[in-house]
Design a protein around this ligand. Structure first.
Ligand code: M6R
Length: 611
């Protein structure tokens, strides 16, 4: 959720931290702050608002030094204001600390410290941690590292932290338990961040901190130890696998729009080297060694959150249709606490763009302890879910910065389809359908480009509906999860209330909402065409305003609707990849029309690393 940056070296520390925070702002943007050791003291500058507000503040009161850290916040404990912004400083000014996560036992520690006369200036759980470190440091005469470790052994909850100490100003200490941290290794300089985006400009060499590890960094060395035993751990140095330009806007007004238009490439990347169009086969190296276990499974469970959960729904349809295995789709936040039969005949797929979603991570941990095989379907290489699953398939969509997930969704659906195709081929099931889908995959890039030809039309439709207060999205079969996803996209970036429903379910309740003020968006393909036409007529008869996204070449859609968005037809199993795109564009243009901050919608964060 929150963004963390740390730096030690000889460059302009403040500049590096601010640039890094701007790259991480998609993780949270309630408030921002920086702490630098200026040669004498730990200076602290922080404020409510975005990184640009912090930048303005730093222009009027600059801070400089060779070691420092910065934070951009997504509030958990305490409203977004100046006092609650990170970094937090201990009472005697000996320590500053930034934190991503939640300290669950903060209340009892705060009470204990208050009893010792320590005064708090914020409402945050983070301030409790920094005060606790200082308390232990002074009381037990500990070193910087000992004090941090000692405090961490007593706190319960999740954290990714970076700490500075005025008495040992040559060191940055960072630790991870539940919130990701990456160390970037430069020449005579080191970087810390909650993901690799602030680091890539300076070095491609990185080390991922694992759970319960801390690192002690000086300008010429670093070591990683486990918090519990304090043993030195030898870590593998890895390489960042994307380029700087992939995380820049490249001339687009918003990351979301750029990412929508990247879909011909991102979907292709998800198939590259996997679907062999000549041999009509599918190969997925990441799960090859586990195929027998997957093929022998009694059930497949797919767990995810948000948009990834919608992709999971589509995946369950394809796998059940092609492979004839029972597939259950579970919200990770429910699955992790629910009593449900899981054993070593179960395969649990975890879908996550970021690979860091706390609930999804917890869900696969639970599945593994119950004996299930865990398979990650993840975008971010090296992320927690990618590393903690037994095996997996990267979606290779490239970095997704816009908070509203777009290209990750279509790539997730692509990878789930590949898994279904591979399993069906191995089981020798539905051979003709498998070939038809593979053949249609070869046309997908050009068909996505054709969908983009509707962009101007969609922009005009958006003008008509920008003042609506509600929206209903309806679809049948494979288009039902698309309806859910379209509605989610609209509500998260335009703040218009929107619901997705199976079209036939409308009669069981939502139909009561239909009047001349209720826009209803239908997603119509050849499958179930006549059935959904009946639903369209039901809305039409009640005066609802109708938009239809359709791949069916017919005048019947024009007859009963206000607007028709025509897109190419493709095999029904992969049709969601095409039908989703107009819903993404519609949400985008409505949000722009309403003057919303598309890439940083209110209250949201890209990666939800807390429960
Ligand atoms: O990184 P993940 O795929 O695990 O994230 C899951 C959801 O938080 C995410 O899809 C969220 O719903 C997006 N804001 C949707 O656009």
């Amino acid at each position: 959720m929150c963004g963390i940056v740390g730096y030690i070296g000889s460059r302009n520390t403040t500049e590096i931290i601010i640039k890094g925070l701007q790259r991480l702002e998609y993780r949270g943007y309630d408030s921002a702050g920086i702490s630098v050791f200026d040669g004498e003291n730990l200076s602290l500058v922080k404020c409510k608002g975005k990184v640009k507000e912090l930048k303005n503040l730093l222009n009027s009161s600059p801070v400089n030094g060779n070691i420092g850290m910065g934070h951009t916040r997504w509030a958990t404990h305490g409203e977004p204001n100046d006092a609650n912004a990170h970094p937090h400083m201990s009472s005697s000014g000996l320590f500053t600390l930034i934190h991503n996560g939640i300290i669950e036992n903060y209340y009892s520690i705060r009470k204990f410290l208050t009893g010792k006369g320590i005064e708090f200036v914020s409402d945050t759980d983070t301030e409790v941690l920094v005060q606790f470190i200082e308390y232990l440091y002074l009381k037990n005469n500990l070193s910087f590292a000992e004090a941090v470790r000692s405090a961490l052994q007593k706190v319960v909850g999740a954290y990714g932290i970076v700490v500075l100490c005025k008495d040992e100003p040559d060191k940055l200490i960072a630790a991870r338990h539940g919130s990701p941290l990456v160390l970037g290794i430069g020449e005579g300089e080191y970087f810390l961040a909650s993901d690799t985006s602030p680091i890539i400009e300076y070095t491609r060499k990185i080390v991922y901190l694992d759970e319960n590890e801390m690192t002690i960094i000086k300008s010429d060395s670093y070591e990683v130890r486990n918090i519990e035993e304090y043993k030195v751990i030898s870590k593998e140095i890895q390489n960042i696998d994307y380029d700087l330009e992939q995380i820049e806007k490249g001339g687009y007004e918003h990351f979301m729009l750029k990412e929508i238009y990247e879909q011909p490439t991102s979907v292709y990347e998800s198939t590259r080297g996997r679907i062999d169009l000549k041999k009509m086969t599918v190969k997925l190296g990441g799960i090859e060694n586990w195929l027998t276990r997957i093929l022998d499974a009694n059930q497949i469970v797919i767990t995810a959150c948000g948009t990834s959960w919608h992709a999971a729904q589509i995946g369950s349809y394809i796998i059940e249709e092609l492979v004839n295995i029972t597939v259950k789709v579970e919200y990770a936040s429910e699955f992790r606490y629910r009593e449900t039969p899981i054993d070593n005949n179960t395969v649990v797929f975890a879908i996550s763009q970021s690979g860091e979603t706390a609930d999804t991570l917890a869900a696969i941990r639970k599945a593994r302890t119950m004996g299930a095989l865990s398979v990650g379907i993840v975008n971010v290489v090296g992320s927690s879910i990618a590393r903690e699953t037994d095996c997996g398939v990267y979606i290779h969509a490239g970095p997704e910065i816009g908070v509203a997930s777009t290209k990750a969704f279509t790539s997730q659906v692509t990878v789930l389809t590949e898994i279904a195709l591979l399993l069906a081929q191995k089981k020798k099931l539905n051979c003709k359908m498998v070939k038809d889908i593979i053949r249609d995959f070869s046309t997908i890039t050009e068909k996505i480009e054709k969908v983009f030809k509707q962009a101007d039309k969609i922009k005009n439709i958006a003008k008509d509906f920008a003042t609506s207060n509600n929206f209903l999205y309806l679809g049948r079969g494979y288009q039902f999860p698309v309806a859910l996803e379209g509605a989610l996209k609209l509500k998260e970036i335009s703040y218009i209330h929107a619901e997705g429903y199976p079209a036939a379910e409308m009669k069981h309740g939502p139909i009561a909402l239909i009047d001349e003020n209720m826009p209803v968006l239908f997603i119509v393909t050849q499958r179930g065409f006549d059935k959904i036409m009946s639903n369209i007529q039901e809305v039409n008869a009640r005066g609802g305003r109708i938009i239809i996204i359709t791949s069916v070449d017919t005048k019947r859609c024009d007859e009963y609707s206000d607007h028709v968005i025509k897109i190419p037809a493709i095999h029904h199993c992969i049709s969601p990849i095409l039908t989703t795109i107009p819903t993404q564009l519609l949400a985008y243009y409505i949000a722009v029309e309403r003057g919303c901050n598309v890439d940083q919608p209110r209250n949201l964060a890209k990666s939800v690393t807390v429960e």
